[in-house]
Design a protein. Structure first.
Length: 487
């Protein structure tokens, strides 16, 4: 993986193939008489999407689909023509993006459907059911639109900005595209609540200016210590985004003194062993705050994010957060699934579909939830969008089996959700549960780090009343199947 100081290969000017040049030529021809709201030629937009996808390191089919993503909706070009010229994969990707765009146009009143319109969210799922690259193209499309939002009338600006905050920024987060999430959220928030945005932006700038000398001193102290230990490292500052601060202040009753990560120092090292070594050295220099050490390397976040976080108090009573990670972890934290999906996750997901592996990694389980939902929708079956949205965008918790296996669940999950995640046969025979070695009940909400032991009996049968004791769509689906089988 490439070190942050080096030029990212995904950002080098790519050599365009004849196939990609044909796509650009075709899009230019089809959009030639069209203008954007700003008055500039419409082709500027698909070319901007193309550039973004190239920066993210996407494969050629995705980039071509990005160039052509508006042609079926806005010109006389057909999917069949795209398929003939560029193949099935490009045609499918264009079709997926077209469906999402069509869903947005059918919205009557965004405010009455927030956090996402039912139709738009349904289309997002259907599009994702077969290829996640559809969403990556849509995110690139949304990024350029939010960058040029000032050309639209005020009402439309607010509508698009709200949807960006409620749907697309969380989606970028689920793909672990950290830089994208920050830009989408901050640009959208500036339109949704401009006065609040400016206030918080100025607050961050003021805080950073006052903390500049302290950070410089700490950076020097840490650097000298790491050099003495002959550790290869890079150290830099990280400033909290405006929208992140807005959400955190809401959590802490607007008390900024409770926010300890307004600025942070990020240390990048060659390997995992060095991460923990650096953590120990920082704790030898400064006093770690209780409950503020987070090991996302051993237990990654649901989106695959890995890093060590620690908040410390310096001898002169200053509070500072450190983030420690490898170069690979940093690359993934910045660019996420966009750069790696085509080469790694796609192959993994295909193997999963074909039964070659039984379980996807924790960071990809949410993808299969969408794929299952999309399959149901295509078959005309009902899907509880509210519950599905909870599973996708809510915070996740990690709990353990007695053998130490990690199971991820949405926050608020109950023991039966855990049991059905293990296996439907286990879920169907539950008679009790032990949490952290003590008997508990099936209404007990699981907490981060709980060790959960499910007690079963061959004589137990599934009960319809259990629907009140589960929150995940996966568990509901499995319980439904068992009840139908019983009847």
């Amino acid at each position: 993986m490439v070190a942050p100081k080096e030029k990212n290969p995904a950002q080098k000017k790519p050599v365009e193939s004849d196939r990609l040049k044909r796509a650009v030529s075709l899009a230019t021809e089809k959009h030639k008489s069209q203008l954007r709201k700003s008055g500039e030629p419409y082709i500027n937009h698909p070319l901007a999407v193309k550039k973004i996808l190239e920066e993210w390191g996407m494969d050629e089919d995705t980039i071509i689909a990005g160039v052509l993503h508006d042609t079926v909706e806005d010109t006389d070009l057909t999917l069949e023509e795209i398929k003939t010229e560029f193949g099935d994969s490009v045609a499918f990707l264009v079709d997926g993006v077209t469906k999402i765009s069509a869903a947005r146009k059918n919205m009557k009143d965004l405010d009455s459907y927030l956090p996402a319109t039912k139709d738009n969210f349904l289309r997002l799922m259907i599009a994702l059911g077969s290829d996640i690259r559809v969403l990556i193209i849509k995110l690139a499309d949304r990024l350029h639109n939010i960058r040029t939002l000032s050309a639209l009338p005020p009402e439309k600006r607010i509508k698009i900005a709200k949807e960006t905050l409620e749907v697309f920024a969380p989606l970028a987060d689920r793909l672990n595209m950290g830089k994208l999430r920050v830009e989408l959220a901050d640009r959208a928030f500036a339109y949704v609540d401009p006065r609040r945005f400016e206030y918080l932006k100025n607050l961050i700038e003021k805080y950073n200016k006052s903390a500049e000398k302290t950070l410089s001193k700490i950076k020097k102290e840490v650097s000298e210590t790491l050099k003495r230990e002959k550790i290869d490292f890079e150290i830099s500052g990280r400033v909290k985004s405006v929208y992140s601060l807005h959400k955190k202040l809401a959590k802490y009753n607007q008390n900024i003194n409770e926010i300890y990560d307004l600025t942070a120092l990020r240390i990048i090292v060659p390997d995992i062993v060095s991460c923990y070594l650096v953590l120990g050295l920082i704790h030898s220099l400064y006093t770690p705050m209780n409950g503020r050490i987070k090991d996302y390397i051993s237990v990654p976040k649901q989106n695959g994010y890995q890093s060590l976080h620690t908040t410390v108090i310096t001898p002169n009573k200053k509070i500072i957060e450190f983030q420690i990670r490898t170069k690979e972890m940093h690359e993934y934290a910045e660019r996420g699934l966009a750069a790696s999906f085509y080469y790694n996750e796609q192959k993994l997901t295909e193997n999963y579909k074909q039964g070659k592996i039984q379980h996807l990694p924790t960071s990809l389980l949410w993808i299969t939830e969408l794929q299952d939902a999309a399959a149901k929708l295509r078959d005309g079956k009902k899907v509880d969008l509210k519950k599905l949205r909870l599973n996708l965008f809510a915070d996740k918790i990690f709990v353990y089996t007695p053998k130490g296996d990690i199971i991820d669940l949405p926050k608020g999950s109950l023991p039966l959700d855990f049991a059905f995640r293990l296996h439907s046969e286990i879920g169907g025979h539950v008679v009790g549960v032990k949490i952290n070695g003590k008997m508990s009940n099936l209404n007990h909400k699981l907490e981060q780090g709980d060790i959960v032991e499910i007690l079963t009996s061959k004589n137990q049968t599934p009960k319809a009343s259990w629907f009140d004791k589960i929150i995940t769509s996966h568990a509901r689906q499995k319980l439904n199947q068992l009840l139908r089988k019983e009847s």
